[in-house]
Design a protein around this ligand. Sequence first.
Ligand code: PAF
Length: 281
Amino acid sequence: MVLIKTKKELTEHLSFAERKKSIGLVPTMGALHCGHAALVQRAIHENEVVVISIFVNPTQFNNKEDLEKYPQTLKSDIDLLEKISKDILVFAPTVKEMYSNAVRSENYNFYGLENIMEGAFREGHFDGVGTIVETLLTSVKPDKAYFGEKDFQQLQIIRKLVEIRNIPVKIIGCPIVRESNGLALSSRNERLSTTIRHEAAFIFKTLTSAKRIFGMESAKNVKDWVTKQYKKHPDLELEYIEITEATTLKPLVRKQKNRKYRAFIAVYADGVRLIDNIALN
Ligand code: PAF
């Protein structure tokens, strides 16, 4: 395991010889869990050199408190990665290294993908994600980069980013990893009490019911049904439930044959914001 702190060291490590090998990048914000481990394992399987970046990116947080509370656990992250493989590069730069003195985002046009759901509720979030992911992709120059489908909207935005910036990389989306009760793994789950973590399984439960109901009802009826379930729940507060076409993420108005749809949800559990999504057909 090599721990790299600067872009200069990164370039030195990814020397000419390494550049001839296939390179896989797994961008993360740390507080690694089994969902990240699945991405790393896939990257190891498909590439000769694997770089994991660990960087809590300040520009993608629209809420100062959320940034301050975001878990930073570099030592245990490295322990987890060492158990997977001793042969990976960990790139864990400081904010100054990544942004110099100007901690701000680029302004992107992601053709509307950025204006709904996470983009609507977290102003500037996707400009921050785009800025850091573009910097990582152009610094590491991987052949493939791996992202989890839990952040499905982010995944579509990153596919758009590489298209508009002409970055030669294959973006690989990997399935959501869940706890045994269905709760999608997230670094934010660390902030939940045992009771609330248990309660939060309700999110996946409502999504799987929504999938079943979607076979018989309109998108509006499904969303109304989900909204009603949260009104009855004492500990979980629904921020949004949306049903969209699966790639354009355009909200569904009328179902069409041969189109794929997906449901997206954001819920506050004891002040912790959790997101999830599910393929509906
Ligand atoms: O999904 C994440 O952890 C982050 O948004 C990412 C892609 C590492 C960018 O900071």
